[in-house]
Design a protein around this ligand. Structure first.
Ligand code: 13P
Length: 243
């Protein structure tokens, strides 16, 4: 089985002074038994490249280079020191109108640059309430995960949109249902789908991490707010190590 993964998505947060948090985290977890990935803003990637953690971008363009002002290619992320990139985060889907085809193209660009794509999927509150969660997951998996995905180049992150930054977390049964469903779809489609890591994301904290990590097919977490401070992220890493 692949190692579990504790991933932090800093979103549009973090200045150079914030690197102190990572140095603290590094001292506390220098012999971690789980993988640790930090996705800082792109401006901090090169400053993080020598750290013990894996470093990821939060988005990439589907093209390698060209006239796309303000965008960053997967090659550029790799050149700056990243080994991973998030694709299809719900904030990209909402703020930038990214659809599944765009996300698949970005994930392919990530593979071409030897980056692991952390492909994010998840339903909105409306979709949860009208009972279409698993159908939405199916559409997103089919449309945003390329056929070339493997357990090495891809991590799936299940992030219910309504749980992101809200303090609301699905019940453990709800998390278990979606993760089991994703696992089934991955094993149906990919020969190594059983080894592809599936992260849960959405209001993960030190106080709920152990319960979430005990759910079958939860291979780690994608953490937003609680990844910004070493004191908040550290208990989540510790809980994953014990899971
Ligand atoms: P929060 O942990 O702040 O809810 O964010 C989750 C997330 O969107 C990580 O990508």
């Amino acid at each position: 089985m692949p190692r579990k993964l504790a991933a932090g998505n800093w979103k549009m947060n973090g200045l150079r002074a914030s690197l102190e948090e990572l140095k603290t985290l590094e001292k506390r977890h220098d012999d971690a038994s789980v993988d640790i990935l930090i996705c800082p803003p792109a401006t901090l990637i090169s400053a993080c490249k020598d750290m013990l953690f894996d470093i990821g971008g939060q988005d990439c363009h589907s093209a390698t280079s060209g006239a796309h002002t303000g965008d960053i290619s997967a090659d550029m992320l790799a050149d700056a020191g990243a080994s991973h990139v998030l694709t299809g985060h719900s904030e990209r889907r909402t703020d930038h109108g990214e659809d599944d085809a765009t996300i698949a193209a970005k994930s392919l660009a990530a593979y071409a640059a030897d980056l692991t794509a952390v492909i994010c999927i998840g339903e909105t509150l409306e979709e949860r309430e009208n009972g279409s969660t698993l159908a939405v997951i199916d559409t997103q998996l089919a449309g945003s995960v390329p056929d070339a995905a493997t357990a090495q180049n891809t991590v799936i992150a299940y992030e219910p949109v309504w749980a992101i930054g809200t303090g609301k977390v699905p019940t453990l049964d709800q998390i278990g249902e979606v993760h089991a469903h994703i696992r089934q779809r991955l094993t149906d489609r990919f020969s190594d789908g059983g080894a592809m890591r599936i992260l849960y994301g959405g209001s993960v904290k030190g106080s709920n991490a152990a319960d979430i990590f005990a759910v079958p097919d939860v291979d780690g977490a994608l953490v937003g707010g609680a990844s910004l401070k070493a004191d908040d992220f550290s208990p989540i890493i510790a809980a994953l190590e014990k899971a």
